[in-house]
Design a protein around this ligand. Structure first.
Ligand SMILES: [Cu+2]
Length: 280
């Protein structure tokens, strides 16, 4: 029994950042926004359950008195039509419930839309049928010290025949996006062909990638982990085969990854300055 309980405790501490078979609830949140969404969902459920019980009680009563009893028993409310008090009550109470629900809903919407100054920008481009990622903050230089481009690469799903044990079918990719934890991140999302949607449940992100349009989202990842998502806008025959993987790592590891990507030429700050000069 103790073993079972301790196992349960361990399992409850493990983050579930990908969908499980027969999963009923949400995936574990990794951002304040997703925590807010889940809390709001739970708050809403309170009202939903109360309303559902009330409506079913009403329904049962109506059936009981007017169908099964064939009008033989007296209905408790004598005047059923044109009862002003009753009509006022059943207008005011739903209005109050809606107002109570609207306050946390709108504040959550504002929190999602807020965009504080971001430390990292990731550009996400949807293609038929893969994603590409661009880290425009960092640039390569060639041997002559000339800027030749940022960090950008494509992210393809790993086909079933190439999977290793432990990998997730239709979810794992060859190269996922890498993002730091504990920093404000800006996501610029667009598409090269049709409308896709970049969605990761654990991060509480779902933003459409539209051709010719740059959609912005922000996120703040609280803990390291590998977060899985899928394209969430039907985009063609291989829509189901363009999954999303984001690996969130501590800032130090993120810096290492960036410098590794730049092949040891860590010119981040200088490059930024140069790029600004070029832009001017
Ligand atoms: Cu798509």
């Amino acid at each position: 029994m103790i073993n079972f309980l301790s196992n349960l405790l361990i399992v409850s501490k493990i983050s579930c950042d990908f969908p499980r078979s027969w999963q009923m609830g949400f995936q574990d949140p990794a951002t304040p926004v997703m925590e807010g969404i889940i809390n709001f969902h739970h708050d809403l459920f309170f009202f939903m359950i109360v309303i559902a019980i009330f409506v079913f009680w009403f329904l049962f009563n109506i059936l009981y008195y007017f169908y099964f009893q064939k009008f033989t028993k007296t209905w408790r409310i004598v005047q059923r039509t044109h009862n002003t008090v009753l009509e006022v009550i059943w207008t005011i109470i739903p209005v109050l419930i809606l107002i109570i629900v609207a306050i946390p809903s709108i504040s959550l919407l504002y929190a999602i839309e807020e965009s504080p100054k971001a430390s990292v920008t990731l550009k996400v481009i949807g293609h038929q049928w893969y994603w590409s990622y661009e880290y425009g903050d960092y640039w390569y230089t060639n041997e002559k010290g000339k800027l030749v481009g940022g960090i950008n690469y494509d992210s393809y799903m790993v086909p079933t025949k190439d999977l290793f044990p432990g990998m997730l079918r239709l979810l794992d990719v060859d190269k996922g996006a890498v993002l730091p934890t504990g920093l404000h991140i800006r996501l610029m999302i667009t598409s090269a062909d049709v409308i896709h949607s970049w969605a990761i449940p654990s991060l509480g992100i779902k933003v459409d990638a539209c051709p010719g349009r740059l959609n912005m989202a922000k996120t703040f990842i609280k803990r390291p982990g590998v977060f899985y998502g899928q394209c969430s806008e039907i985009c063609g025959i291989n829509h189901a085969f363009m999954p999303i993987v984001v690996q969130a790592v501590p800032v130090e590891e993120y810096k290492q990854w960036i410098s590794f990507k730049q092949e040891g030429v860590c010119v981040y700050e200088q490059a930024r300055e140069k790029a600004n000069q070029i832009a001017l």
